[in-house]
Design a protein around this ligand. Structure first.
Ligand code: PLP
Length: 381
């Protein structure tokens, strides 16, 4: 049997919605499907304000732009990460300050992040890894006491997960989602910027993603023409992609169910083998978290063993993956002055993690085959 790591299958309404969009002649941003996607989020979550973006990377860039990050302002974020958030810091000429993660969640170590806060710290970017939440209260409590910095949630992988009942992305000053083809709900490419901070002028946000213009006011009929109002860029997604995304949102509950069943099956079948032949740990959802089941991972005692298992799974037709790479220990990380030994937990996670296939169309037979194969490989060691 071959088991893909991620499988993209068209949702039931994808073709008809895209066809309708094509026939409407409106392929650019702000068409009916962009509105339907926004309405879906507003009606399912308690969201103050939200704009759709071309990607989560662009949402993160916009967030730092809104808070006017500039030379010397420090932004703290975990090293075990995707490059988008640190790229956004560099784009705005801020200073990247990495922190380490907790090996329990592979999300940031909240105490390590708080200990690194200094007089120049302007933004904290907690990243919710695999749909598992950072402990947001720990960061927010400190924030209220001093109120000097803002929190931008990198919730690229966390849409529809909750922390103590609240949706990830709706807790910090700003939240950012990804709808990339590897996420639970996909538009091929796409993202969202959620503005929870009442002090941010939402008119400015809409302008920022629309080339710095007040086109949104023109579209709503509030002005007869639009013009250049603020610094901005072109961050709004095509309605064609939003038609695809909307077709996925319509099937979200079925997708969530499949993911949850696959996750539970992995957990039940592999739990007895934690501690056996170097299989050290598997993903665990903290009590405060309701997960979107974005991923299932196991961790091994060494990189050598992890790589050996990955190769053996590949021979059996199973596509497993490892990432993230700890960003401090990359060519760009060295250019920023970091050394390999700087963040031991981030490094350990990069070296020992193995992500098993999990997607919206996974079958129980596939999960069983992955589990049986993994256990057989371990037994033969
Ligand atoms: C944690 C994290 N942040 C940001 C991104 C970037 O998302 P996008 O591809 O929508 O720009 C990703 C993508 O996988 C991610 O995992």
């Amino acid at each position: 049997m071959n088991v893909k790591f991620n499988e993209v299958v068209l949702s039931k309404d994808a073709k008809s919605l895209i066809n309708e969009c094509l026939l409407s002649g409106h392929f650019q941003s702000d068409g009916i499907y962009s509105k339907k996607v926004l309405d879906y989020f507003y009606s399912h979550m308690s969201i103050r304000k939200m704009v759709l973006t071309t990607s989560c990377s662009h949402a993160l860039e916009s967030a730092l732009w809104l808070y006017e990050i500039s030379g010397g302002d420090e932004v703290i974020l975990p090293s075990y990460n995707f490059p988008s958030a640190p790229n956004a810091v560099l784009l705005h000429r801020g200073q990247i300050k990495f922190c380490d993660i907790s090996l329990d969640t592979l999300c940031l170590d909240e105490n390590d992040m708080l200990n690194r806060i200094g007089p120049k710290t302007k933004v904290l970017i907690p990243m919710h890894y695999g749909g598992i939440s950072c402990d947001m209260d720990m960061l927010a409590k400190e924030k209220c006491e001093i109120d000097k910095w803002v929190i931008v949630e990198d919730s690229a992988q966390g849409a529809f997960s909750r922390y103590k009942g609240r949706y990830l992305g709706t807790i910090g000053n700003i939240g950012c989602y990804s709808f990339h083809g590897t996420k639970n709900i996909q538009g091929g490419e796409g993202g969202a910027l959620i503005v929870n901070d009442p002090n941010i002028d939402f008119d400015r946000v809409q302008s920022m993603v629309q080339k710095g213009t007040n086109r949104h006011q023109f579209l709503s009929g509030d002005t007869s023409y639009y013009t250049w109002m603020h610094p901005g860029s072109s961050y709004t997604p095509s309605d064609l992609l939003m038609a695809l995304l909307y077709s996925q949102l319509l099937e979200r509950e079925a997708f969530s169910m499949t993911r949850r069943q696959s996750y539970d099956r992995y957990e039940n079948q592999l739990a007895p083998f934690v501690g056996y032949k170097g299989l050290e740990k598997m993903i665990q959802i903290p009590d405060y978290n309701e997960s979107n089941y974005h991923m299932f991972y196991v961790r091994f005692e060494s990189m050598k063993l992890r790589n050996q298992i990955m190769d053996s799974l590949a021979i059996k037709g199973i596509d497993s993956r490892f990432h993230f790479m700890a960003l401090h220990n990359t060519p760009m990380g060295y250019r920023l002055g970091y050394k390999a030994a700087d963040f031991p937990n981030s490094q350990k996670a990069s070296e020992t993690i193995l992500r098993l296939p999990l997607h919206n169309h996974m079958t129980i037979d596939e999960v069983d085959y992955v589990c049986e194969s993994l256990v057989d490989i371990l037994k033969e060691l």
